[in-house]
Write a protein that binds this ligand. Structure first.
Ligand code: GLA
Length: 383
């Protein structure tokens, strides 16, 4: 166990406060957030726990990750990017808090996670938001939940290098038990919608692959969309600021102006925004068949037009297609690995998991993880 000169011993650590910071699922609305569209996420009952206390030093900070068994030590006066991704989640948040002229002092923190890392459940956002929330409490920084979400997103942009949207941080901080958030990423406001899926359940299947191009490809998708908007504005003369402003008819009119790849990206985003609104309506009416169809349609767009799926994800979705007890299935999150989200009849979950696991093992020689999830409370103090 790492020790240092101030004899910080993570094993005997007595925190002043403990924070639970959840991961998230997204029911539908993928890659729409940075296009100022709609998303439909929820915080989940898998989380990162932060124990945190002041350490009496003016500027020395120590953060111990129990999962990586590593201690990060830094001085508040010298916060710089690290070569380790998890350290950048921490350092990025500190940097962005200081950028808002909030005063921090030395603290010690121990982090433990029940969230699988790299599974597309936003362990990164959970890490950023949990730390921001804990420091806000400890040093009475007077940051709102929205400010914490936005500064955590900036940490991801400036320290981690992913030009992500606001969905993950927002869902992690704003989630409520039993509710999903219909989030408008233009106004950055949301409505809660109850998630009543009985007799169906949400089951995640973790492919256990995380193709390493994820960050680079993610930023390229974003650039494709922005290029599409630029062409629609400059060549067709439409006053659009983002794909949110582009109608289906306008996109069709611009077809010849747009490279085929960019047209597909834009079409996917415009259709996905429509699907989010339809899915929220279907959920309100408890029309689960319709809701499930929208999940499949979302996957098709992500696979064929947005091109962020991969063989493992496609295999799992295809496996579900002809099973009448699976109403919907799609890849979830940024893509290139991570989990599929599946709406499965409660009486067939065991059968489904055992059949799909066997088929996946046979095809890829990987043991799948099945994770039941339900909407849970956002970042909070553990009493
Ligand atoms: C990642 C990003 C989000 C969002 C999703 C795709 O999770 O962090 O902002 O863009 O991918 O929907």
């Amino acid at each position: 166990m790492p020790m240092n000169s101030l004899e910080f011993e993570p094993g005997d650590f007595k925190p002043e406060i403990e924070i639970a910071s959840p991961g998230r699922i997204n029911l539908i609305g993928e890659h729409t957030d940075y296009n100022k569209g709609f998303v439909f996420p929820a915080a989940i009952d898998k989380k990162i726990i932060f124990g945190i206390r002041k350490n009496g030093s003016p500027s020395l900070c120590r953060v111990y990750s129990a999962d990586f068994e590593r201690l990060l030590e830094f001085d508040l006066g010298e916060v710089k990017q690290s070569s380790l991704e998890w350290e950048n989640f921490i350092l990025g948040v500190i940097f962005e808090i200081q950028n808002l002229d909030r005063q921090l002092k030395g603290f010690d923190c121990v982090i433990k996670s029940s969230l699988p890392i790299g599974a597309g459940l936003s362990s990164s956002a959970a890490m950023e938001c949990g730390l921001a929330f804990g420091l806000n409490e400890l040093f009475d920084l007077k940051l709102s939940r929205l400010e914490m979400a936005l500064l955590s997103q900036r940490a991801e942009h400036n320290f981690v290098g992913t030009q992500c949207g606001i969905m993950d941080q927002y869902a992690s901080l704003m989630g409520l038990a039993g509710q999903a958030l219909l989030l408008d990423c233009e106004s950055v406001t949301h409505m809660y919608i109850p998630v009543d899926l009985a007799p169906y359940e949400l089951i995640l299947l973790n492919t256990k692959v995380s193709h390493s191009l994820a960050t680079g490809e993610y930023n390229l998708r974003r650039a494709d969309c922005f290029e599409g908007v630029e062409i629609i504005r400059s060549k067709a003369g439409y006053q659009v600021r983002s794909l949110r402003d582009v109608s289906e008819d306008q996109l069709v009119e611009c077809r010849d102006l747009l490279p085929t790849r960019i047209y597909g990206r834009c079409n996917y985003v415009i259709q996905e925004n429509k699907r989010v609104i339809e899915a929220a309506e279907a959920l309100r009416e408890k029309n689960l068949e319709e809701f499930g169809k929208l999940l499949y349609a979302s996957h098709e767009g992500l696979q064929n037009e947005y091109e962020v799926s991969c063989d493992e994800l496609d295999f799992l979705v295809d496996f579900s297609r002809d099973k009448p007890y699976v109403l919907g299935s799609r890849m979830m999150g940024g893509g290139f690995g991570g989990c599929t989200l599946n709406l499965v009849h409660e009486e067939r979950v065991d059968q489904y998991v055992s059949e799909v696991s066997a088929a996946y093992k046979n095809r890829f020689d990987i043991e799948i993880d099945a994770i039941p999830v339900s909407p849970a409370r956002g970042t909070h103090i553990i009493q």
